[in-house]
Design a protein. Structure first.
Length: 529
């Protein structure tokens, strides 16, 4: 399913992608390789969603968060093993990171077991890799132990022997020099003051630097044996590292498979967490029909929760083309967004946030109307709506959902009504799914579309509301509003616009004048298009 930037923002697709974003690089790579589900993908989409729903019920939410935290801590091994496969030498820090990778997999698998996950879904462990590196791991780092190379023990033994011999010669020479000079040498270089000893230095010493007051002397030793031993150790260690890297390359396929499994697990856990937070169901996939009960437009629900406000789930049944009318602030735009959001959920393999649902897998979702989209700011609001309407018609098909929010509201009501009716007729002829929210009267009946209505506020509501500030008014309206979507009779019904304006604090005299004007024109009806 595709949606342009404006439609993606209006139906919460951008929010949804962020809400189910992976926690690690494995998941990002995995997600980037998977296209959204579309028509014909019903079986794999349903399988993924069913797995998510089942695990969301089975796994405790806190255990899912622990799993995601453990997954976030898994280091990335691929740059290291790719270099090893190319024949590049690996350093001790590389082997250390590979050891951390193996440990992190083990932690993740244990978290899965603790959560009660099934054996078939258990994250991979790489025991061969961990065992391969075990000899050089001490809990804090990695050391190229003697066990990693056949020549290492002898080479390191020879270097230790050469160092010990050099130390013995140094101690013996220091004792002789001290007896001659009357000073105790310290370190490889030391100072000999001329007023203490100004004679010829013993053969074990050579002058590094001298002044009229002192000479800096250093021991002269033959270090060839020690240097040969050191070079032998360096060669043995290089050979051992290359051999160990070659053995790591032998685990390449297992490491790649593990990273892919981690990517799939990252995606799965994100969707499980979403379902646990917002609820989710396994939908029935349908063509030309969209229906759900207790559907949640999660971006709005999250925003309301942040502000301490109540969110009311809604239900909708849409077959073909329908018109949605009802009061201002009744949730018409939110109803459109919920329909698009739930379709976006299934396209991403996310359990739709509803008690149950029948949803199509779509090729695209189009949004027409509402605020001018950012790319079209050079156009007027009306021009932007017309351009988007034009594009929606061009893309309309049985695999397209078109959501229309107060189309043509910025032009004359008679012309705007006529345009909306004609647009709906054209969409119906193309077989598209379409839902249009409007305040124009008689649109559904004239366009041959189903007429749905937000149930709205009971007739006695405004007499009982007593809100003395904006926040109080919003709370009162939210508490009293009936957000159910029901079948409507001809005409859109009252919008309660004047009563809402008064409740929201518009000057009482202005509202009274508006009521008088409205009563005088109440008998007129728009001409048919």
């Amino acid at each position: 399913m595709t949606a342009d930037a404006y439609a993606a923002q209006r139906i919460g697709l951008d929010w949804l992608r962020a809400a189910v974003a992976p926690v690690g690089a494995f998941g990002w790579r995995h997600d980037e390789a998977i296209a959204p589900y579309g028509p014909g993908d019903e079986e794999p989409a349903r399988a993924e969603i069913a797995t998510c729903v089942a695990l969301a019920k089975r796994l405790p939410a806190e255990a899912v968060e622990r799993l995601r935290s453990a997954l976030r801590a898994v280091p990335e091994p691929m740059p290291i093993v790719v270099r090893a496969r190319a024949g590049d030498p690996l350093a001790d820090v590389d082997f250390y990171e590979l050891g951390r990778f193996g440990d992190a997999l083990d932690v993740l698998a244990r978290r899965w077991d603790e959560a009660g996950g099934s054996p078939e879904g258990r994250p991979p462990v790489l025991e061969r890799l961990r065992n391969l590196l075990a000899a050089g791991r001490d809990g804090t780092g990695f050391y190229l132990a003697d066990a990693f190379g056949a020549d290492l023990p002898a080479a390191r033994g020879a270097l230790r022997a050469a160092d010990e011999q050099l130390d013995r010669r140094r101690l013996a020479a220091a004792e002789r020099v001290g007896n001659i000079l009357g000073v105790e040498p310290s370190g490889e270089e030391f100072v000999v003051m001329r007023d203490v000893f100004d004679g010829a230095l013993p053969p074990e010493l050579h002058v590094v630097r001298e002044t009229p007051a002192y000479r800096v002397a250093a021991f002269t030793f033959e270090r060839d044996e020690r240097e040969r031993a050191f070079a032998r150790v360096a060669t043995a260690e290089e050979t051992a590292r290359r051999e160990l890297a070659s053995r790591v390359v032998g685990e390449y396929d297992a490491i790649v498979a593990a990273t892919r499994a981690l990517g799939a697990l990252d995606r799965l856990l994100a969707r499980i967490a979403f379902a646990q937070r917002w609820g989710g169901c396994v939908p029935a996939f349908t063509a030309g029909r969209l229906a759900f009960r207790d559907g949640v437009f999660a971006p709005l629900a999250a925003l309301l929760a942040e502000r301490g406000r109540r969110y009311t789930p809604i239900g909708l049944e849409l077959t073909g083309v329908a018109v949605l009318t009802g009061p201002n602030m009744g949730g018409k735009s939110a109803a459109l967004a919920t329909a698009g959001f739930l379709c976006a959920c299934v396209s991403l393999g996310v359990p739709p946030a509803a008690r149950d649902a029948e949803l199509p897998l779509l090729e695209r979702v189009m949004w027409v109307g509402g605020d001018a989209s950012p790319p079209a700011r050079l156009l007027s609001s009306y021009a932007d709506e017309i351009v988007r309407g034009r594009d929606a018609l061009a893309a309309a098909s049985p695999r397209t959902l078109v959501l229309i929010d107060e189309f043509a509201r910025t032009t004359g009501p008679r012309e705007g009504r006529a345009l909306l009716i004609a647009l709906l007729e054209a969409l119906r002829a193309r077989g598209a799914l379409a839902l249009a929210a409007t305040h124009f009267d008689g649109v559904a009946e004239t366009a041959g579309a189903a007429h749905l209505r937000i149930a709205g506020l009971p007739g006695t509501t405004f007499a009982t509301l007593d809100a003395r500030d904006l926040e109080g008014a919003l709370d009162a309206i939210n508490a009293a509003m009936d957000y159910r979507i029901v079948e409507a009779s001809a005409g859109s019904g009252a919008s309660d616009a004047l009563a809402l304006a008064e409740l929201l604090g518009l000057d009482a005299e202005v509202v009274a004048r508006a009521r008088a004007v409205h009563r005088r024109g109440a008998g007129s009806t728009p001409e048919p298009p």
